[in-house]
Design a protein around this ligand. Structure first.
Ligand SMILES: *Cc1c(COP(=O)(O)O)cnc(C)c1O
Length: 397
């Protein structure tokens, strides 16, 4: 990861198909486009690869999360349970709809702790959104039981785990709705882009219309289409979809390369008895985008993170001190710094963040280091990296 490392002829060819006729928009202009429908083709290939009935391409992963929730009728004052360790997009997407993000602890999977989810359910809870961080997944069986017991929508954010599976099913295809990101630093990229996937026909129709100003997409005269409900513009362009199409076809190849590199590094780190790998739920297979592990405590993780950098091992993250991915440094959220007034419901709904602590998450994130697995390394580079990692980590213990 990321897929851009291997950008090449396949991506260029798909983009050139679009440039040859100049139809940069995904809808309409049937006569001009010489049969090229890159967004539609990518949606069909996503449906096949993810084994899901419907895929709706949109402008970003953040938009995909907003659209998924809107499609399921989540909005003003509704509570959505999400993890304390994720990307800022998770709460941004929820707040976009006037809904309230309820942050809860993660466990040793580095994703939602089902017990913490259960405790956070209130009469206003509408959805649970696990975020499959760093190439692996939440315990989806446990979350499905909670959601069906309490009649809640399960929305998977699989932006960081495209290509991973749980009990044989691709991540994103298991919940009521799933979201993928195709931004520039994900395992496959379209430059910018996102996907909503679902087996629910109604949710799909909602996502299709909502992401294009509420257009019903009936017939082939765009100007004559009706608007069953209000929407917005979250469309992807044909140029972006073209890149994504080439990259999706390479997803199995990317996962295989990552798996090979991951296994070399994992085997080397297995010699360190104090180091424990993250837990992958039973039946899960990672996308091998990251190798994530825990050291004995915050102190040793901090020292190891510094020694990895000093030893020339790049792309290893100690998220405890990171402002993009972990609640500890999301001061702008805790202080509700917005450009515009927030609704009373959201302000009141987020008051809990002034006092809530996340000791359990701190304990896991404080001890965790996650290292990116790249596609472009040679085997020799991976082996050199493995021994540098072992040295750097041992020196911290
Ligand atoms: C990247 C990412 C997103 C959003 O993706 P964009 O396409 O950049 O908007 C959402 N959730 C997670 C966990 C991500 O890593």
């Amino acid at each position: 990861m990321p897929g851009f490392e291997l950008f090449g002829d396949a991506e260029r060819k798909e983009v050139n198909d679009v440039l040859d006729n100049g139809v940069l928009m995904r809808y309409g202009f049937d006569g001009m486009r010489n049969g090229h429908w890159k967004a539609k083709a990518l949606e069909h290939e996503l449906e096949a690869q993810l084994k899901v009935n419907h895929a709706q391409l949109v402008s970003s992963g953040t938009a995909a999360v907003t659209i998924a929730m809107a499609s399921a009728g989540i909005g003003s004052g509704d509570e959505v349970i999400m993890p304390s360790f994720t990307f800022v997009a998770s709460f941004e997407a929820i707040m976009m709809l006037g809904a309230i993000p309820i942050l809860v602890d993660i466990d040793d999977t580095l994703t939602l702790d089902p017990e913490a989810v259960r405790k956070a359910i209130s009469p206003r809870t509408k959805a649970v959104m696990p975020v499959h961080m760093c190439g692996s997944m939440a315990n989806l069986d446990a979350l499905q039981v909670i959601c069906s017991t309490h009649n809640l929508i399960l929305i998977e954010d699989s932006s960081q785990a495209t290509g991973a599976t749980y009990k044989g099913k691709p991540l994103g295809s298991i919940g009521d709705l799933g979201c993928l990101s195709l931004d520039f630093v994900k395992i496959i990229t379209s430059g910018e882009g996102g996907v909503v996937v679902t087996n629910n026909e109604t949710f799909y129709k909602h996502a299709d219309h909502y992401s294009d100003h509420g257009h019903d997409h009936v017939g082939n005269d765009r100007g004559a289409e009706t608007h069953p409900f209000l929407g917005y513009n979250f469309r992807i362009s044909e140029l972006n979809a073209a890149v994504g199409l080439a990259q999706l076809r390479r997803l199995p190849e990317f996962v295989a390369i990552q798996k090979k590199n991951y296994n070399i590094l994992r085997e080397a780190l297995s010699q360190i008895p104090e180091l424990k790998f993250r837990t992958v739920p039973e039946g899960g297979e990672e996308s091998y985008s990251f190798l994530s592990f825990f050291l004995p405590n915050l102190e040793t993780a901090r020292i190891a993170s510094d020694s990895l950098k000093e030893g020339g091992v790049d792309a290893c993250f100690h998220y405890y001190d990171n402002s993009w991915h972990y609640i500890r440094k999301w001061q702008h959220l805790k202080d509700l710094k917005t450009l515009y007034p927030l609704s009373k419901e959201v302000k009141e709904g987020l008051k809990y963040l002034e006092t809530k602590t996340f000791e359990q998450s701190d304990a896991y994130i404080g001890r965790n280091i996650s290292c990116l697995i790249k596609l472009s390394w040679t085997e020799e580079e991976v082996r050199t990296r493995a021994s540098k990692m072992v040295d750097a980590i041992k020196s911290a213990l």
